[in-house]
Ligand binder design. Structure first.
Ligand code: MRU
Length: 365
């Protein structure tokens, strides 16, 4: 019997900690294929090509990735009979910088890699040997994953307090279990509500051009038994005007210190429409996605992706004229004034966000 997609782990280490195993999300929903990533190039490609995607899942894949690469550096040193921390650390940083270059917008990528580097440096300062540092890195990578599950659950509890049984909820892109290690961020209130008999009616935007909403969100929610209706991106105004939506929950790739939020392209359209129809718009954000070093949304680097994603992907034949100019940003920034609240694992932040997020940070430290 086919396994339900909710039973798979989005990102995991293999039994010997020699590779990172991910679900190839570019094949879903048609095919569930697990792939093993061994080399820096394979990990980089998997992130760039969105085989593993969604800010928290990218962070976990990067942490596990740098761990297995560090292990390999140490193995090669041992084989050559030259175990030396400085040489190990230089190579570790090279690999870290390389992985970090895969995608620019989701802060969890650099957040996870920096956390792994800090652990490595601290262990060295404590006088640990390279083999001991490898063990510590392995524990940290696993902890980042376990933490993601706890954090998503806490976001779910906090988000659930904002809605009531029977509500209509709209979501954009995939900020679900497939974008994290369990529960998702924007979907966490939906899954917890499902467990508790809330009977939400969920609308999933298909999310042009890569269709994360259709291929991933609609798929995982349906597999979990949630009442989900797929809509094209340009239908959200109609469903909100009809009064079918009581709340919008979205995820995020980077939240600036003032609350401006980068998320999948089209999110700011949804937020604008929600404001027009008086529907609360909630951003579900793990603290790891809040970037206090970026003061406002204008400073967030937005990834630009290939034109083919718009002109021909998913179509039997190219559907746009040859040579037409294409603008294909992967994310947009929703201005903080369109956001009703930012839901974190520590509670619910409301405007003014600079202050409320700072308070969350104090709880977090
Ligand atoms: O390009 P993607 O698929 O990585 O974009 C994903 C999103 O924009 C998600 O909404 C975001 O990462 C939040 S995931 C919990």
């Amino acid at each position: 019997m086919n396994k339900n997609i909710m039973e798979y782990e989005t990102v995991a280490l293999d039994d010997n900690d020699n590779s990172v195993i991910i679900i190839d999300q570019t094949r879903l929903p048609g095919k569930t294929q697990m792939i093993r990533l061994h080399t820096a190039q394979e990990i980089w490609d998997a992130i760039y090509l969105l085989k593993v995607r969604g800010a928290p899942a990218i962070g976990v894949a990067a942490a596990m990735g740098i761990y297995i690469l560090a292990k390999e550096i140490a193995r090669q040193q041992a084989e050559a009979g030259k175990i030396d921390f400085d040489c190990f650390y230089e190579k570790f940083k090279e690999q870290k910088d390389y992985l970090n270059s895969a995608r620019p917008t989701a802060v969890n990528l650099s957040w996870a890699l920096n956390r792994m580097e800090q652990v490595c440096v601290k262990a060295r300062e404590e006088g640990k040997t390279v083999p001991e540092i490898i063990e510590i890195l392995g524990r940290e990578a696993r902890e980042i994953k376990e933490e993601d599950i706890r954090v998503c659950k806490a976001i779910g509890e906090n988000g659930l307090s904002l809605v009531k049984p029977g509500d209509g909820i709209l979501t954009h892109c995939n900020a679900g279990q497939l974008a994290t290690c369990r529960y998702g961020t924007a979907t966490a209130p939906i899954y917890l509500g499902q467990e508790r008999g809330y009977h939400f009616r969920v609308f999933a935007d298909e999310t042009r051009p890569l269709l994360q909403g259709a291929r991933l969100t609609a798929y995982e929610l349906k597999s979990a038994g949630v009442d989900v209706t797929l809509i094209c991106d340009n239908m959200s105004a109609m469903v909100m005007k009809n009064g079918w939506v009581n709340a919008v929950f979205v995820g995020c790739d980077r939240v600036a210190a003032n609350g401006d939020t980068a998320n999948k392209i089209g999110t700011s359209v949804v937020a604008t429409v929600a404001k027009r129809y008086g529907v609360p718009f909630y951003v579900c954000a793990p603290m790891s996605t809040i970037d206090f070093n970026t003061p406002a949304g204008a400073e967030i680097e937005i990834e630009q992706r290939p034109a083919e994603e718009v002109t021909q992907m998913w179509y039997k034949e190219r559907m746009a004229p040859e040579g037409v100019k294409v603008f294909n940003p992967a994310f947009d920034v929703t201005d903080n004034e369109l956001i009703t609240a930012i839901v974190t694992e520590h509670g619910i932040a409301r405007a003014p966000f600079r202050e409320s997020l700072e308070k969350m940070r104090e709880k977090h430290l």
